[in-house]
Design a protein around this ligand. Structure first.
Ligand SMILES: C[S@@+](CC[C@H](N)C(=O)[O-])C[C@H]1O[C@@H](n2cnc3c(N)ncnc32)[C@H](O)[C@@H]1O
Length: 223
């Protein structure tokens, strides 16, 4: 029987990732491509009142957003890692953080900006379309979806090297394109970069992309 990768992340692999990376999170926000994209959007006049991040770890990025843009009313996030959410809830009690999967986020309402950064590559393929639908449901009509993830030449599945006992994969593909294919998202900001930060020519397995996509039913219907 196929391994339910999303269940394995819920059952402790999310906590293991957080324990390995907790110290590095939020050390230097200047390098974060999602925060940089939000700053570019802000400079063009975008003034979101609500932001949500799915698979937010301890909410470090939401905390940075709260500090930079104190006028934003609602900042919500979820992650499957109980350890990450407990840590973030303790550090930043004003954030609305909850334990739950991207496929069925424990978050109500619509958001002007929804962020999904390096999470979809770990969602079980049997849950992917559910996750895409759940993300789309949270984005306000007229709002922005920011998707950041690996961008290889074509979809690839790479073995997740932290677990030799079970077959887990990192599924790399252009997730922004999945939303654009729906017809009512269009790219308004895009940056391609090396995930590991190396200079020069980027290996396709290390190439990453941060896309800001505007959701607009009206633009689609007027075209
Ligand atoms: C590579 S980390 C990225 C964390 C954060 N988004 C960032 O950009 O720093 C992936 C995160 O996704 C979480 N995760 C894995 N599978 C998930 C799922 N199905 N639903 C929600 N979160 C998930 C992990 O616990 C981990 O916190």
């Amino acid at each position: 029987m196929a391994v339910d990768q999303s269940q394995i992340f819920r059952d402790g692999e999310g906590d293991a990732w957080f324990r390995r990376n907790a110290k590095a999170l939020s050390v230097d926000h200047r390098e974060d491509q999602v925060l940089a994209a939000i700053e570019r959007l802000h400079r063009t006049g975008e003034r979101p009142q609500s932001i949500c991040e799915l698979g937010c770890a301890n909410g470090w990025r939401l905390a940075a957003i709260a500090e930079r843009y104190p006028e934003i009313g609602r900042l919500a996030g979820c992650d499957v890692s109980e350890a990450a959410i407990a840590d973030g809830s303790h550090r930043w009690p004003t954030l609305d953080l909850a334990v739950g999967p991207i496929e069925q986020p424990p978050i109500q309402g619509l958001f002007d900006v929804v962020i999904v950064s390096y999470v979809l590559h770990w969602v079980a393929r049997s849950h992917l379309s559910r996750a895409i639908a759940a993300i789309d449901t949270l984005v306000n009509d007229g709002g922005i979806l920011i998707v950041s993830d690996f961008l290889p030449d074509r979809p690839v599945a790479r073995r997740y090297h932290h677990r030799g006992d079970v077959k887990l994969y990192t599924y790399k593909q252009d997730y922004g394109a999945t939303f654009i294919a729906l017809g009512y998202y269009e790219r308004v900001d895009n940056l391609i970069f090396s995930h590991s930060g190396v200079e020069g020519e980027i290996d396709p397995q290390d190439r990453a992309q941060c896309s800001a996509l505007r959701k607009s039913f009206a633009t689609y219907e007027a075209a």
